[in-house]
Design a protein around this ligand. Structure first.
Ligand SMILES: Cc1ncc(COP(=O)(O)O)c(C=O)c1O
Length: 379
């Protein structure tokens, strides 16, 4: 028998299979319990998950819902956002952020971001308010996005929001599990929306999301909107709502995933630390400011010759992704919406420079080492 070459393990960008292998028996048992009791909609696992999420987020209310997009939508519906209103959001984010604003007939206004954190630049918010004024729109809310798992600068944003009398929503689709100045994500905005899309740090096996708030009145309205605007009972309809419930099976899966989530967050932090140690000085590595704890949904570099480097990495077996290749205001669907006065030069530049490396809790040391070496050689 000839000698067998030892092939390096295939590197996955996000390895959901490795995680599943680890907890498969528990997931199977959790799904079987739902099949046994048969309460597929709003079953006991949904209430149990909401309790666990609210404890973890340090928020009085956690409301499970069908997706991170629905979470944003329900929060804004509850605040009566609609035509004639402006909602500020970063120009560098996933499409769901502006989509929910536009769906409600309100006008998204795109604000620039910081190049060190990728998050909305508090110093640019006044320019967004000025754009709303010029267009005769009433500024109603600001959606701060915790891009790549790092919380936005909530203290600064809250002060500005207060000064303008507007409402602060945290789009924490990518950051559940992170914290800011000792406070967990979920407790940072007046209302916080998160996503359990499979690739998120805490993901289910389909679509899912949750909304957090400490405001009792707002929580009641959001629960009603989640179920078609129901009042005291199912056929008492007191407002226009949506079908925005989380499936019981997804709640059961999330309960099992929560058991290992803390450990997974630690591992993500260890991967990020290893990357930064190996890549500092070779490329611009992502920052996590003092007092912030990221959950590293993505580990995102900035590289001038990004596309060439990406191609070299691909050939060397290191999968990468670009989040996001265009700022929102350059997307055909959003190019006619306003941008804050002065434009969004940082978001526009970042879209040309960002590159995200493989990131998941099951990356082994040899793979991390190989990724670091391949990136160093490629740049
Ligand atoms: C920043 C941001 N907002 C909102 C969403 C929407 O979440 P979902 O895909 O669960 O609807 C996502 C995720 O996809 C996201 O990354």
């Amino acid at each position: 028998m000839g000698e067998m070459a030892i092939l390096p393990r295939k590197i996955e960008f996000i390895d959901l299979k490795a995680q599943q292998l680890h907890i498969r028996a528990r997931i199977d048992a959790a799904i079987a319990r739902v099949l046994d009791h048969g309460q597929y909609i709003m079953g006991p696992e949904v209430a149990e998950l909401e309790e666990r999420l609210s404890a973890r987020a340090g928020a009085k209310h956690a409301i499970a819902c069908a997706s991170g997009t629905d979470a944003l939508l329900i929060a804004m519906m509850a605040k009566g956002i609609g035509p004639g209103h402006a909602v500020l959001c970063p120009d560098f984010t996933y499409t769901a952020t502006p989509e929910t604003i536009a769906l409600l007939g309100a006008t998204p206004i795109f604000v620039d971001v910081r190049d060190d954190t990728f998050n909305i630049d508090p110093a640019g918010i006044d320019a967004g308010i000025a754009a709303a004024g010029r267009l005769g729109l009433e500024p109603k809310a600001i959606i701060a996005v915790d891009l790549f798992g790092l919380p936005a600068d909530y203290d600064a944003i809250r002060d500005i929001a207060k000064r303008h009398g507007i409402f602060m929503i945290a789009d924490a689709a990518q950051s559940f599990g992170a914290s800011y100045k000792g406070r967990p994500v979920g407790s940072l905005g007046h209302v916080t929306a998160t996503s359990f899309f499979p690739a998120k740090p805490l993901g289910c096996y389909g679509d899912g999301g949750a909304i957090f708030t400490n405001d009792d009145g707002l929580a009641d309205v959001m629960k009603s909107i989640r179920q078609h605007g129901k009042g005291g009972d199912k056929y008492d309809i007191v407002r226009v709502g949506v079908n925005g419930r989380l499936d019981t099976i997804q709640a059961a899966i999330l309960l099992e995933k929560l058991e290992i989530f803390g450990e997974e967050c630690n591992r993500r932090n260890a991967v990020a630390a290893r990357y930064s140690e190996g890549l500092q000085g070779h490329v611009i590595v992502p920052e996590c400011p003092e007092g912030y704890q990221s959950v590293w949904a993505q580990y995102t570099l900035r590289i001038k010759n990004r596309d060439a480097v990406m191609e070299t990495l691909r050939k060397d077996g290191v999968p990468t992704n670009v989040y996001y290749p265009r700022p929102i205001h350059e997307q055909p669907a959003y190019c006619n919406y306003p941008v804050a006065e002065g434009g969004t030069p940082v978001a526009t530049r970042l879209a040309r420079e960002v590159l995200s490396l493989p990131m998941h809790p099951y990356l082994d040391t040899a793979s991390m080492q190989r990724i670091v070496e391949v990136v160093r050689a490629a740049v």
